[in-house]
Design a protein around this ligand. Structure first.
Ligand code: CS2
Length: 487
């Protein structure tokens, strides 16, 4: 089978959408760090709309900070790949041309730094996942003891973390009299721009106080709320997509029709007209991100842990199970009052749409994919919410159940006695904390893990609520505990 690439674009079937612009004439204005599936379905797709409308200076050079897999798949395809939009009806296929090439940082940090130094690079965007910020998730400050941060501070020219690479480039831009690029986080963190700015300023100050002041004063990091459900590509996906294309694509991306991006309009060197792809620009993104992180991601994580304990495998399994639907509806009812009032949000309407998205029959979205890195996700998805709910004096039942579900999952075994799939930088810490004589002690020790829970343990009401749900989970299992909480 021929391979998807610039030369074969013209041979695609007429139903497949393809770049309407001359790719050779595009200048890369963006360097993107973290070329995962999410970026390829979200920002790159919105940028494609801008390029299709005739803009020439916003191409993307992407970089992987770890494995060469994406580069290996996309290089023979000149960076082209297929985006397959699925909702159970006929699949919509679009070949995206926005990414010109993929750099692999561990192979050559120098090439990546050079790309960051190019005067044409005006935006550096990031999808490096929550843990890629090398911060303490509960406080949002740089984790100075993080092995990658220590490594990069020791030799910044050999940096391997996102903060190290960005600061290495900014130091050189400053020395060369070039303006800093705008750094745009596209990860699911609250105030992701503020976190990015804080982490980068601190890292720079540790390198050199003058550089620290430069980054603090000159670097601009807008916050943004990103949303599109993008399950990991399965082994079967390239085969079905390639057969629809009539040529092979080694790494297509599967997603849903829904896409949303709400961004603070603070860019120091211009920006693409991402409105053309559906993005919204606002002065304050906080209400949107709170609703998204708490309602969507909070529900996702709750499904991942309680669903995982109960033996569900995919999001759609849980979203079609009446018990889990009742669980999530009651959870949303506890979350909604914590959302900003008067900001024009409609949590009830939002929740209804979420359930339909979760039920998308064509997305094979694994709960274990969502369960990954829970220690980095739970603070913004559930812990901040329970704190605010508690501060208002409102009753707590389903938020403690969701947090207890996370703890129970991290303790290692599902309700059938099998192992949970745990992929988390704090896995060992949770395993140690959970090895106690009683479920009560296990839950208490895990709640004492400060990078995740801060001082939550000191609040007796929250602690008792979480510990008692944990005890029920340990003795009854997830299904019966959910049932008992509903009645
Ligand atoms: C998910 C998110 O993997 C996860 O943790 O909750 O990736 C989720 O699918 C996206 O945030 C949706 O926008």
């Amino acid at each position: 089978m021929t391979r998807l690439c610039d030369k074969t674009l013209g041979d695609l079937p007429g139903s497949v959408v393809r770049p309407r612009y001359d790719r050779a004439g595009v200048i890369p204005g963006i360097v993107h760090l973290g070329i995962g599936a999410f970026h390829r379905a979200h920002q790159a797709a919105m940028t494609e709309a801008v390029l299709n409308a005739g803009a020439r200076d916003w191409g993307i050079r992407a970089a992987s900070l770890r494995s060469p897999d994406t580069r290996n798949a996309l290089e023979p395809q000149n960076g082209l790949y297929t985006l397959a939009v699925r909702d159970g009806g006929p699949e919509q296929l679009q070949v995206i041309g926005a990414i010109s090439d993929v750099l692999v940082a561990p192979e050559s940090p120098r090439r990546l730094i050079d790309a960051l130094l190019a005067p044409s690079t005006r935006i550096v965007s990031l999808t490096v996942t929550e843990k890629g910020y090398c911060h303490d998730p509960a406080s949002g400050t740089l984790d100075e003891a993080h092995p990658d941060i220590r490594h990069d501070l020791n030799d910044i020219s050999a940096s391997r973390s996102a903060p190290g690479l960005i600061i290495a480039a900014l130091a050189q831009r400053r020395a060369a009299g070039l303006k800093p690029f705008t750094v745009l986080s596209c990860d699911n963190l609250p105030g992701n721009g503020r976190v990015t700015h804080r982490v980068l300023s601190r890292f720079a100050a540790l390198v050199d106080p003058g550089l620290g002041a430069f980054v603090t004063n000159e670097l601009v990091c807008p916050s943004g709320m990103v949303d599109r459900i993008v399950p990991a590509t399965t082994d079967a996906d390239p085969l079905t997509v390639s057969s629809a294309l009539g040529m092979s694509d080694a790494w297509p991306i599967m997603t849903e029709p829904f896409t949303q991006w709400v961004i603070e309009d603070r860019f120091t060197q211009g920006r693409p007209e991402w409105e053309l792809g559906g993005a919204e620009f606002v002065s304050d993104v906080a209400p949107f991100e709170k609703m998204k992180l708490r309602m969507l991601n909070g529900a996702h994580s709750t499904f991942a842990y309680l669903g995982g304990l109960a033996g569900h495998v995919f999001v759609a399994d849980a979203a079609n199970d009446p018990l889990f639907v009742s669980l999530i509806e009651r959870l949303w009812a506890e979350i909604s009052p914590t959302l900003p009032q008067g900001a024009g949000l409609d949590p009830a309407g939002y929740a209804q749409k979420l359930l339909a998205r979760f039920r998308n029959p064509a997305l094979r979205h694994r709960l274990s994919q969502i369960a990954m890195d829970g220690s980095q996700k739970i603070p913004q998805r559930l812990v901040n919410t329970i704190r605010e709910r508690r501060a208002s004096g409102a009753p707590l039942l389903f938020l403690p159940l969701a947090i207890a579900g996370f703890l129970r999952y991290m303790a290692g075994k599902n309700d059938a006695g099998g192992p949970n799939e745990i992929n988390d930088p704090l896995k060992a810490m949770f395993a140690r904390a959970s090895e106690q004589e009683s479920p009560e002690l296990a839950a208490t020790q895990m709640l004492a893990i400060e990078p995740v829970f801060g001082d939550l343990l000191r609040d007796d009401v929250i602690r008792n609520a979480v510990v008692s749900q944990y005890q029920r989970l340990a003795s009854l299992g997830a299904r019966a505990t959910i049932q008992a909480s509903l009645s």
